[in-house]
Design a protein around this ligand. Structure first.
Ligand code: NAD
Length: 488
């Protein structure tokens, strides 16, 4: 168990105040090298620990997280600006995946496969893959680590975590909780779970090292393009969880009361800084007048401010650069003829250096320009449509493929949306928003979202290697496909 850091330090800002709250040193290259060597050594022992016993370690991590939930949730709020229920919700997600992984530790099953050869048996086993590097984004500073680590640990893999350079404090706190669980477990190998801190350069050392079997990287598509290519060059395995540009379709039969609530949370929750944030809304022209003015009222009424204050639903953007990106996207939309409501800076007393923005509702003349990109801020582009095929084509007509949803009470429309000819995303929901996934399902998306899957379902297979074995318990040597090779 280790934290590899060097002297000096990179400032960590709280988006709530815009001020420096700590300095955290980047890990030096030789410290990262030491961490990789320690993890490689830990793998030799951990892979031989029975999986249900590995599950016991994860169960203890879950217990530590339960006890620390209020404090860790608060730290998430302070470090990345989430409102308290979302900060604690992120910790709850960690607890949930630990519970899931404990059960999984008794279910890492392979298949028994009928053999075409007499007196033969075939089977498949899943073995630990090796050291897993987990590179995480700022916006889910702790949950994404646990999606990966809880599975990797029960699968028999050591973990080296490189958190976002914008959110290292929560990572160090989680690491301390994991160390407590390790002490209670009574002897996990040194180097089983380690944290290295820093930015792209530190991450790059993990990405390029052939001793790292799996690189699970969450962040922008720009990052994933670099990481995916570098891992592939050394034939490593990557799990890429990248940007989204998520859409909802509101059909003529939709329950609009429900849709308004879901759209508001999807588009404005976490100040638009979720990979699954709702960014594009396609509204049937027959319900446009009933829906869009209602949404505009909700947008006008929502409280923007410090997440430490009661009643605030929209906290700050992570930094000034995020505010600039939002302003640029809105200006590009205006140039295309869009009508923009909201988006202006909000001054929060006492925090002049922070970046607060009112969420923006943007009526677009067509799907173009900034609507084709992910701007990591609360901007919702709205476009009317006439028939469902057109709406689905618009929804799928962007490079990203993470999350999608439809609001309808028409079974045909719902099923068409979920069919092979429907949404092309990794996540497709009915009568709910695009964000707020549960841990039980595999999480991830297609196209420029990277194709990776994490969390529930059979995502665990990404952290293991598959071994296919044929066993001959007879006295002859029949060859497959009837091939003969008779030697004298
Ligand atoms: P980012 O791409 O700037 O950074 C993400 C992480 O990658 C950080 O730890 C960073 O240090 C590291 N990194 C960057 N370049 C690297 C390189 N060349 N080599 C190794 N590591 C490198 O993203 P961000 O601003 O922190 O997060 C926001 C982005 O993350 C959004 O695009 C969002 O959609 C995406 N995201 C995706 C998911 C998902 O599951 N699909 C979840 C959360 C966030």
């Amino acid at each position: 168990m280790g934290v590899a850091t060097a002297a000096g330090g990179r400032p960590v800002l709280s988006p709530i105040s815009g001020g420096i709250v700590a300095h955290v040193a980047d890990s030096a290259p030789d410290a990262v090298e030491t961490a990789i060597a320690a993890a490689t050594a830990a793998f030799r022992d951990w892979r031989r620990v029975p999986a249900p016993r590995r599950g016991e370690f994860v169960r203890l991590i879950g217990e530590e997280l339960r006890a620390a939930k209020p404090a860790l949730g608060r730290l998430v709020t302070l470090e990345v600006g989430k409102v308290p229920s979302e900060g604690e919700g992120e910790v709850q997600e960690m607890i949930d995946i630990c519970d899931f992984a404990v059960g999984l530790s008794r279910q890492l099953q392979g298949l028994a496969i009928p053999s075409e050869r007499p007196d033969h048996r075939m089977m498949e086993q899943w073995h630990p893959a090796g050291v897993v590097a987990v590179i995480t984004a700022f916006n889910f500073p702790v949950a994404v680590f646990s999606w990966n680590a809880a599975l990797a640990l029960v699968c028999g893999d050591p973990v080296i975590w490189k958190p976002s350079e914008k959110a290292p404090l929560t990572a160090l706190a989680v690491h301390a909780l994991v160390a407590r669980a390790a002490a209670r477990f009574g002897g996990v190998p040194d180097g089983l779970v380690q944290v290295v801190t820093g930015g792209a350069e530190v991450g790059g050392i993990l990405v390029d090292d052939p001793r790292i079997a799996v690189v699970s990287a969450t962040g922008s598509t720009r990052m994933g393009r670099v990481v995916g290519e570098r891992v592939a060059r050394r034939f490593g395995r990557s799990i890429l969880e990248l940007g989204g540009n998520n859409a909802s379709i509101v059909t003529p039969s939709a329950d609009l009361d429900l849709a308004v609530r879901a759209i508001a949370f999807g588009a404005m929750g976490t100040a638009g800084q979720r990979c699954t944030t709702l960014r594009r809304l396609f509204v049937h022209e027959s319900v446009r007048d009933a829906l869009v003015p209602r949404l505009a009222r909700v947008y006008g009424a929502v409280t923007v401010g410090s997440p430490l204050d009661d009643g605030v639903l929209v906290g700050p953007l992570i930094d000034a650069a995020a505010g600039e990106a939002m302003a640029l996207a809105l200006s590009a939309a205006r140039d295309l003829g869009a009508t923009v409501a909201g988006g202006e800076a909000v001054t929060v007393p006492g925090f002049p250096d922070a970046c607060y923005r009112r969420p923006a509702l943007v009526e677009m003349p067509e799907q173009a320009g900034p609507m084709l990109q992910e701007t990591f801020a609360p901007i919702l582009y709205v476009l009317p449509y006439r028939d469902l095929d057109q709406a689905i084509a618009l929804q799928n007509g962007v490079p990203q493929g993470l999350s999608s949803s439809i609001f309808t009470t028409d079974l045909r429309e719902a099923e068409a949306f979920l069919s092979a000819a429907g949404s092309d995303c990794g996540i497709a929901n009915v009568n709910m928003g695009t964000s707020g996934a549960e841990i039980g399902g595999a999480f991830g998306g297609e196209k420029e979202t990277g194709g990776g899957r994490e969390s529930g379902s059979d995502a665990w297979k990404g952290y293991m290697r598959r071994m296919t074995s044929a066993i001959n318990y007879g006295r002859d040597l029949p060859l497959a496909q009837g091939v003969r090779f008779d030697i004298v």
